[in-house]
Ligand binder design. Structure first.
Ligand SMILES: Cc1cc2nc3c(=O)[nH]c(=O)nc-3n(C[C@H](O)[C@H](O)[C@H](O)COP(=O)(O)O)c2cc1C
Length: 360
C-alpha cells in the first residue's frame, strides 16, 4: 500500500513563476503553500542554514526582519552526539518562528528517522534533510552531498523520516555531483516520491564546493519535473540577483545565506518593507551582541561574536576596525568597544550611503 504521506497523493502544486510585470518584492511577499495540513510559509524568501553562523541569535533577528522560512544549522543524526553542547544549542527552538524547523545530516535511514522522531518530540514542526553539504567531515561519513552518488539511499532516508514523523519533511541539495550530471534533480524527484514537501537547490554541484558562480539555470529542470515547491539558492545577494535566479530557474522562491551575514535586515529589503535607519541598525547590532553573550555564555559568546561583528563592520564599510575587535576578550569589553564607536559609525554611514559590499 502506498504511504499516505508520500508524493503520489500530493495535490498538484501550481508553481507561480515570477511574471515579467511583477516586482521581485511582490513575488517574494506571496505566501508559499505547502501540501501538508494546509501549511503555508509566510513568504518566499528564506534564510539558508549556515553552521556556525545562522544560530539562534541570528535567526531571531532574521525572522524579525521578515525571513519567511529558516531551518537550524545542521545537527548530526548520530545518537552519541545528541547531548553535546553544540547539538543542544543547534536544537534550541525560537518561540516566535513558524514552522520550527531543524536540519539533520546523516546517512542511515533508521538513525535519521529516530533523530526526526526525537526532534518532533522536542517540539520541532518541520524536518529538513541535508543532501548538499560538501564538507569532508560530512561526506566521509557518506552524508550530505556524498548521498548524491546514491539516489536509492536518499529515497530510503526520506521515506524512513516521512514515515517516522507527522510534520513536513524537506530536502536541501545541490545540482549534482559535478556540473555535468543531474543527480540533484534525480534526488529531488526521489525525495518528492518518498514524501518530501519542499526542495531547496543550491545552483552549484558538489565538485564546485563554493567556487565559481552559482548556476540557477541548472535548477530549472528540477522545477519543471517537480510537483512540490522549490527554492533556489546560491549567490543571491540583492534584488537583481534574486530576479535573475528566479527567472532562470523558474523557482517558487529564494533562499539566501552569505548575503544575509552582517545584514539580517536584508529580508526587509527583499520584501520591500521599511528598512531600519543607521541608528536602528546600530542598535540591532548591539542587541545581537547581547544575545550571543547570553545564549552561549561569555566565553563562547565572545568568540562567536567576532565572526558576526566582522561581518557587520565589513558591511558598514569599516573593515579596518575588525582587528581591534578581535583582540577583545570579555563581553564587557566588546560592548564598550562597540558603544564607543557609535558616533563614528553613524557618521560613516551618513557620508557613505552606498550599499555595503557582499560579505566573503
Ligand atoms: C559557513 C557556512 C556554513 C554552512 N552550513 C550549512 C548547513 O549547516 N547546512 C546546509 O544545508 N548548508 C550549509 N551551508 C550552505 C548554505 O546553506 C548555502 O547553500 C550556500 O552558502 C550557498 O548560498 P549563498 O550563496 O546564499 O550563501 C553553509 C554555507 C556556509 C558558507
Amino acid at each position: 500500500m502506498r504511504h499516505p504521506k508520500r508524493g503520489h497523493n500530493l495535490p498538484l502544486f501550481k508553481p507561480l513563476t515570477i511574471a515579467i510585470t511583477m516586482s521581485v518584492a511582490e513575488f517574494l511577499n506571496r505566501p508559499l503553500p505547502i501540501a501538508y495540513g494546509h501549511q503555508t510559509l509566510r513568504n518566499r524568501v528564506a534564510l539558508a542554514p549556515m553552521a556556525g553562523m545562522t544560530d539562534v541569535p541570528f535567526r531571531t533577528l532574521a525572522w524579525r526582519f521578515g525571513a519567511g522560512h529558516m531551518v537550524s544549522e545542521m545537527v548530526t543524526s548520530k545518537p552519541e552526539l545528541w547531548d553535546t553542547g553544540k547539538s543542544r544549542a543547534r536544537r534550541v527552538l525560537i518561540s516566535e518562528v513558524r514552522p520550527q524547523a531543524v536540519q539533520i545530516a546523516g546517512h542511515d535511514p533508521a538513525t535519521m528517522a529516530e533523530s526526526a522522531r526525537r526532534l518532533t518530540g522536542e517540539g520541532v514542526e518541520w524536518v529538513d534533510l541535508n543532501f548538499g553539504c560538501p564538507a569532508k567531515k560530512v561526506c566521509r561519513k557518506a552524508a550530505g552531498s556524498a548521498l548524491l552518488a546514491n539516489i536509492d539511499q536518499i529515497s530510503r532516508i526520506v521515506a524512513a523520516v516521512v514515515s517516522a514523523v507527522d510534520v513536513p519533511v524537506s530536502i536541501k541539495t545541490r545540482t549534482g555531483l559535478s556540473l555535468e550530471d543531474s543527480a540533484g534533480t534525480e534526488a529531488a524527484i526521489a525525495a518528492q516520491e518518498a514524501g518530501a514537501q519542499l526542495v531547496v537547490m543550491h545552483g552549484r554541484s558538489r565538485a564546485c564546493r563554493f567556487k565559481g558562480h552559482a548556476c540557477p539555470d541548472r535548477v530549472r529542470e528540477a522545477r519543471r519535473l517537480l510537483r512540490v515547491p522549490l527554492l533556489v539558492n546560491g549567490d543571491i545577494v540583492d534584488d537583481a540577483s534574486a530576479e535573475q535566479a528566479l527567472k532562470s530557474s523558474g523557482a517558487d522562491g529564494v533562499m539566501l545565506g552569505r548575503g544575509a551575514m552582517g545584514q539580517p535586515w536584508i529580508f526587509a529589503e527583499f520584501l520591500g518593507l521599511e528598512m531600519p535607519t543607521s541608528a536602528e541598525r546600530f542598535d540591532f547590532i548591539r542587541e545581537h551582541l547581547d544575545a550571543m553573550h547570553s545564549f552561549y555564555g561569555e566565553d563562547a559568546g565572545v568568540r562567536i561574536a567576532r565572526k558576526h561583528i566582522q561581518a557587520y563592520l565589513q558591511r558598514w564599510g569599516t573593515p579596518q576596525w575588525t582587528g581591534d575587535f578581535m583582540g577583545l576578550t570579555s563581553a564587557q569589553q566588546q560592548h564598550a568597544w562597540l558603544l564607543a564607536r557609535r558616533e563614528q559609525m553613524l557618521l560613516h554611514a551618513a557620508i557613505n550611503t552606498s550599499q555595503p559590499k557582499a560579505a566573503a
